[in-house]
Design a protein around this ligand. Structure first.
Ligand SMILES: O=c1[nH]c(=O)c2ncn([C@@H]3O[C@H](COP(=O)(O)OP(=O)(O)OP(=O)(O)O)[C@@H](O)[C@H]3O)c2[nH]1
Ligand SMILES: [Mg+2]
Length: 196
């Protein structure tokens, strides 16, 4: 079986990628499987730049094919925030619950129809003998007034997908992996990883 490293320390992403890559016949390793994996500073100003930074840092160290994901929630009424700062919106300790509270506070008084937003996912593929490539995917939805469901990770409990009439935290993992921003980006990556 072919194998690939996903340059992430996020458990929620790791689980989703294990499933997503299974159908392409890849065994997935993440930085959670590697002892003393470095913390890579995300110094870029776009999702794509950050994905490239993470993928290239690990590909250089491991000399193998690496995919990195930089993703986040873009809310129209907040001028695109939290955006690339989604993981660290309420502080550096990556506290999902505190991040949700901060978003809900900032959206106080914003009506249902003005609570539009999307998840954005940039994926970068780097490795020996290839030029680093990026693809992206999005998933449109609304920010609810309170949490619903306990699946997924991050902002999933407040992200409502109208076509499903569910938050991402109320969907099965399988369903989330069919319609998420990550799944959309993976579909675009598919032809690029087919020949690895
Ligand atoms: O509800 C959510 N469902 C998702 O499907 C999702 N995808 C991304 N996000 C949010 O955006 C941050 C990414 O930031 P990020 O790309 O820097 O990742 P991270 O720092 O968590 O891990 P790493 O991959 O960098 O190691 C995450 O922490 C989450 O807050 C999501 N929230
Ligand atoms: Mg990160």
């Amino acid at each position: 079986m072919k194998s690939i490293i996903i340059a992430t320390k996020n458990k929620g992403k790791a689980k989703e990628f294990e499933q997503l890559f299974k159908k392409y016949g890849f065994k997935v390793q993440t930085l959670l499987d590697v002892q003393n994996a470095p913390d890579i500073e995300e110094t870029g100003s776009t999702f794509e730049e950050n994905a490239v930074i993470k993928a290239e840092a690990i590909a250089k160290a491991a000399d193998t094919y690496v995919v990195a994901d930089d993703s986040g929630l873009v809310i129209d009424a907040l001028d695109g925030r939290p955006g690339i700062y989604s993981a660290r919106y309420a502080g550096t300790d990556k506290d999902d619950d505190a991040n949700i509270d901060k978003v809900l506070d900032e959206l106080e008084g914003v009506s249902k129809e003005n609570r539009t937003g999307r998840f954005y996912c940039a994926l970068a593929l780097a490795g020996p003998g290839i030029e680093t490539m990026t693809v992206y995917g999005t998933c449109e939805g609304y920010i609810l007034f309170e949490r619903r469901g306990d699946g997924g990770f991050g902002y999933d409990p407040i992200f409502y997908v109208p076509s499903e009439k569910k938050t991402m935290a109320e969907m099965t993992p399988e369903r989330k992996n069919e319609l998420s921003h990550r799944a959309a980006a993976m579909n675009k990556l598919e032809p690029l990883i087919a020949d690895l």
